[in-house]
Design a protein around this ligand. Structure first.
Ligand code: ZN
Length: 162
């Protein structure tokens, strides 16, 4: 702990942590608690009974619960936003892949030229299964290259240490 005035605050819990929190309070040592809650001073993380958690924060139980809920709600909203962003990024990558692998060709029909539909472009790649396999292979290759680039220095220092 950095100093005496450091205040604990509720720390967000994962779904797994909420289901299986420790049953012992790390402040008073009471055991067989139905549940404990996670608090942090920004450095250390402690699992405490709710009474001790409120005391560690210097607030009453109601105030503690209000703050804990606000922290938890904010963390879950941030997680959802991250999942949404990942979904959007994945979709954008898929669209970019299709544009690259099967650019919208012009199809000449009796009614004049038109652009190939997404379905027709996927068909040109051998169907959805084949197109997804190409997309996944490309992504894995890129991720492997990114990983190696990001960790190039780790490997360099490993070699130096030997
Ligand atoms: Zn306690």
């Amino acid at each position: 702990m950095s100093n005496a005035t450091t205040r604990f605050r509720p720390a967000p819990m994962t779904a797994f942590e909420r289901q299986s929190s420790p049953t012992e309070c790390q402040h008073c040592g009471r055991v067989e608690l139905r549940r404990t809650v996670k608090v942090t001073d920004g450095d250390a993380v402690l699992w405490l009974g709710t009474g001790c958690a409120a005391k560690a924060m210097g607030v009453g139980l109601t105030e503690y619960r209000r703050e804990a809920k606000a922290v938890q709600d904010a963390a879950e909203a941030a997680e959802q936003a991250a999942r949404d962003a990942a979904d959007r990024a994945k979709h954008a990558a898929w669209v970019a892949f299709l544009d690259r692998a099967a650019p919208p060709a012009t199809i000449h029909t009796d009614f004049g030229p038109r652009k190939a539909s997404v379905g027709e472009r996927i068909k040109a790649l051998g169907g959805m299964t084949s197109a997804r396999a190409m997309f996944d292979a490309e992504r894995e290759e890129r991720e492997a290259a990114d990983f190696l680039a990001a960790h190039a220095n780790d490997y360099a220092s490993l070699c130096d240490a030997e």
